[in-house]
Every structure is written in structure tokens, then in C-alpha cells.
Write a protein that binds this ligand. Structure first.
Ligand code: ZN
Ligand code: ZN
Length: 264
């Protein structure tokens, strides 16, 4: 059977309150054999870790989303350090800069992004980056740490022009359902150019359902629509792209290969 890793999902959110178990099972039955949940705040960490305890194929990023940057305080780094001891934690984030919504001041966002980037270096974990309308500022933070920090630009919404800097940083690029939208020409142009050993796929569910499910609640099993689209765009077989992205996600997040016969 074809298998895939959803490298960025939010399974703990209320959208999945009624049928979380079914969603996870449906994904697994559809070949989504590992899922990385991204963190957005600190208060949800216990729930994130608990879901991974119940489902050994679910992993976690822990971090503070740029929208929430204003709540960072003296205890936040310690909270993340403690969480990172849990075996499911494979990354720091999502964190970064969002100058589109501006839910936190730019200066505060940059400060909190730097703190989490340094924490990722300290913990030797990859960083999961959320960036919107803030490429220059994001690259400035990362270039200062070039060679010490590894990570992924999640839900990539840039164009080909930002790829040279990403390549210089040797970061991964993850595509969500957005790349399937007919209007996403720039993102598609970039998706054709990302090197095979640096491409990832994600749902970012419950948001951003791909074309074919657009407007619906997104869930990990819908990731195949994005994989199919990207395979056609890159003129490769779906199975090959799936395998490549699985290898890449395992390399970036140091995920184990599940034991043969493993079930959920
Ligand atoms: Zn994000
Ligand atoms: Zn996210």
C-alpha cells in the first residue's frame, strides 16, 4: 500500500472534537502512517502529548505561533524544554513571523521567534516555521543561525524567488493544499523547483483542504489530493513522490520506521 507522512496537522483542535478517533483511523487506513502535530500555544501541550501517548504514530512539534507571541514569558522556554523530553516531541514550532494578521507586535514576534530558534539549536531539534508577509525578517533571523539550525518552511506560500535563500539555509519546504488552488501560480512554480530531497507535504488540517475538498474541514487523509497534484506538477509518479516525502520527513524529524505489521 502507498504510504505518506502528514508533516503538519492540528488534530487537537475543536474541529475534531466529535470524531478525532475516526479521523485518525481513516488517515491510517489510507496510508498516512505517521503524523506530526504542530503546536501553536503552550496550554495545549498536555493534550498534544496525550494524543501521542494514545497513538504511537503521532509526533509533536511544540512551540508558540507568532499570533500568540505576546503571551511568551520567563517560564515559556522552560515549559518547552520540559515538553521536549517527551518521546513524541520531534520539533520546535510552529513558530515564526506573521505580518499579515499582526496579532502580536512585530518586535515581539521577532524576539519570540529568535528565542525559539535558539531553543531548537539547544535541543538539537528541527524548527517548524510559519512565515507570512515576512520573508526578509524571517531570513534575517535564520541567516544569523545558518549551519546551526535545521527545519522546514511549513505551508509554503512563497514563489521561486525565495528558494535560493532557503537552499542556502538548507531548509525543507512543505506544501499544503494551497498549492492545488488554481490561483496559486507562484507557489506551483516554486513547487516544481524544490529539490527532491527537500520537499515535504502536509495538510495543516483542519484548515486549507485541497482542491476537490475545498471549503470542507480538512483532515490527514486528504493529503493524497496534494500529493497527486504535486506529482503531476513535478512529472513524477505518485508512489515515488510519496516515498521521497516520507524519507524526507523521517530524515528531518528523525522519525523511526514503524515496525512491520504496525497498526495505528
Ligand atoms: Zn502555520
Ligand atoms: Zn499549522
Amino acid at each position: 500500500m502507498r504510504t505518506i507522512i502528514d508533516s503538519h496537522a492540528h488534530l487537537g483542535w475543536d474541529s475534531f472534537k466529535e470524531d478525532r478517533k475516526e479521523v485518525i483511523k481513516r488517515a491510517y487506513d489510507d496510508g498516512v502512517i505517521q503524523i506530526v502535530q504542530a503546536g501553536v500555544d503552550l496550554k495545549s501541550i498536555p493534550d498534544q502529548l496525550a494524543l501521542a501517548d494514545e497513538n504511537s504514530h503521532i509526533y509533536n512539534g511544540v512551540g508558540l505561533h507568532p499570533h500568540e507571541a505576546k503571551v511568551w514569558d520567563d517560564d515559556s522556554a522552560a515549559t518547552l524544554r520540559t515538553a521536549a523530553k517527551h518521546k513524541s516531541v520531534v520539533g520546535v514550532g510552529e513558530c515564526g513571523l506573521d505580518f499579515y494578521y499582526n496579532h502580536s507586535d512585530h518586535d515581539v514576534q521577532i524576539e519570540v521567534f529568535k528565542k525559539q530558534a535558539d531553543l531548537a539549536i539547544e535541543l538539537d531539534l528541527p524548527i517548524i516555521i510559519h512565515t507570512r508577509d515576512a520573508w526578509d525578517e524571517t531570513f534575517a533571523v535564520l541567516m544569523e543561525r545558518k549551519g546551526k539550525l535545521r527545519g522546514v518552511f511549513h505551508c509554503f506560500t512563497g514563489g521561486p524567488e525565495v528558494l535560493p535563500a532557503i537552499r542556502e539555509l538548507d531548509f525543507y519546504v512543505s506544501f499544503s493544499g494551497i498549492v492545488t488552488f488554481p490561483s496559486a501560480k507562484d507557489i506551483q512554480a516554486a513547487a516544481a523547483l524544490v529539490p527532491p530531497d527537500r520537499i515535504l507535504v502536509e495538510t495543516d488540517c483542519p484548515y486549507l483542504a485541497p482542491k476537490g475538498r475545498r471549503g470542507k474541514r480538512n483532515e490527514p487523509s486528504f493529503i493524497w489530493l496534494t500529493v497527486e497534484f504535486l506529482a503531476a506538477l513535478r512529472a513524477v509518479e505518485i508512489d515515488d513522490l510519496a516515498r521521497t516525502t516520507v524519507d524526507n520527513a523521517r530524515r528531518l524529524f528523525s522519525l523511526p520506521v514503524p515496525a512491520a505489521g504496525f497498526v495505528g
